[in-house]
Design a protein around this ligand. Structure first.
Ligand SMILES: Cc1cc2nc3c(=O)[nH]c(=O)nc-3n(C[C@H](O)[C@H](O)[C@H](O)COP(=O)(O)OP(=O)(O)OC[C@H]3O[C@@H](n4cnc5c(N)ncnc54)[C@H](O)[C@@H]3O)c2cc1C
Length: 281
């Protein structure tokens, strides 16, 4: 089977490689990876040019990551190849795939036939490193040109492997107030994350900090849910957490039922008191 894995984020290539450890993987990316037998390093970011290149490889199975651009390119390539798309897959074994359904309340197991385009979610996996043969590919000039690349997020502890996560929801009140949660995260060696309103909607935190159904699935030892109501779409991202500490002014918020410890009160006061207690302001 001709398997091609495309993503701008090499973590997705690693996940794809873990699903097909005994098959040859051809990766297409702007980033380096050790988890493919062949790596086609592309030099442009233009969606049309990348999709055309992916289609020219005539994959039986095209796996893409789940960044917004990955999905656009996957859909574009599927259109060119006239392949169906299976989106947001959380696990693959042979030709069986799992994906989250009903807003995180269930997991559907599906069988798929090739040729197909599958987009996968990020997760922590073990994958064997491969002898990667690299080649540079000069894509044809597209309509969009890269001017500059800026690192987004990047600061602090990596969310997907963090043992402690301090996560903020709309209850934090304002962008300026995020600093209180950030101070707490730094004081206890945790990573800062947030609900979808805080990341994707309001932009108070970068989008790669979003936890939940359409964001990251995390599994820390301790998860502080600060001013987060606990909707199923958020809970879908934290179900493998060991201990959930919910801080909320509403003692009937849905998160309360899912939390191990509940602090009924104001999120800013909680952050300030905690920082004082650990003494690392
Ligand atoms: C297809 C789909 C995918 C989605 N994916 C995601 C996802 O990946 N991640 C995600 O998070 N959401 C996701 N959502 C959105 C989700 O449904 C909720 O809207 C969202 O999780 C609510 O965010 P929140 O808890 O921050 O805000 P709210 O629901 O508004 O909750 C705010 C909470 O803060 C509390 N509060 C207010 N003031 C204070 C204070 N001073 N101190 C303490 N507590 C206070 C309130 O009592 C309330 O419980 C998705 C929705 C859809 C339809």
């Amino acid at each position: 089977m001709n398997i091609v894995a495309y993503s701008e984020d090499p973590e997705y290539i690693k996940v794809a490689s873990s699903y097909f450890s005994n098959e040859k993987i051809v990766a297409v990316s702007t980033s380096d990876t050790k988890y493919a037998d062949e790596l086609h390093l592309i030099d442009k970011m233009d969606e049309e040019a990348i999709a055309k290149y992916l289609a020219s490889l005539k994959p039986d199975l095209l796996i893409t990551g789940s960044t917004k651009r990955d999905k656009v390119i996957g859909a574009y390539a599927a259109g060119l190849l006239k392949y169906p798309i299976l989106p947001d897959v959380i696990d693959i074994s042979g030709n069986k795939a799992k994906r989250v359904v009903y807003s995180g309340m269930g997991i559907a197991e599906l069988e798929f036939n090739t040729p197909i385009v599958v987009s996968i979610s990020k997760k922590n996996v073990e994958a064997k490193e491969r002898q990667t043969q690299k080649k540079n590919v000069n894509l044809e000039e597209g309509k969009v040109k890269k001017i500059e690349v800026k690192q987004k997020g990047g600061e602090g502890v990596d969310l997907s492997s963090a043992q402690i996560i301090v996560s903020v929801g709309r209850g934090i009140g304002s962008k300026e107030n995020i600093k209180f949660a950030d101070e707490l995260a730094r004081a206890i060696g945790g990573a800062l994350g947030g609900s979808r309103p805080i990341t994707a909607d309001l932009g108070w935190l970068p989008e790669d900090r979003q936890i939940g159904l359409s964001g990251l699935k995390v599994k820390p030892k301790v998860y502080f849910a600060l001013g987060i109501s606990g909707q199923p779409q958020h809970l879908a991202g934290i179900k493998d957490t060991k201990i959930i500490v919910a801080v909320n002014t509403d003692k009937n918020a849905p998160i309360v039922e899912n939390a191990d410890y509940i602090v009924v009160g104001d999120v800013i006061k909680f952050c300030q008191e905690m920082v004082k207690k650990v003494g690392k302001k």
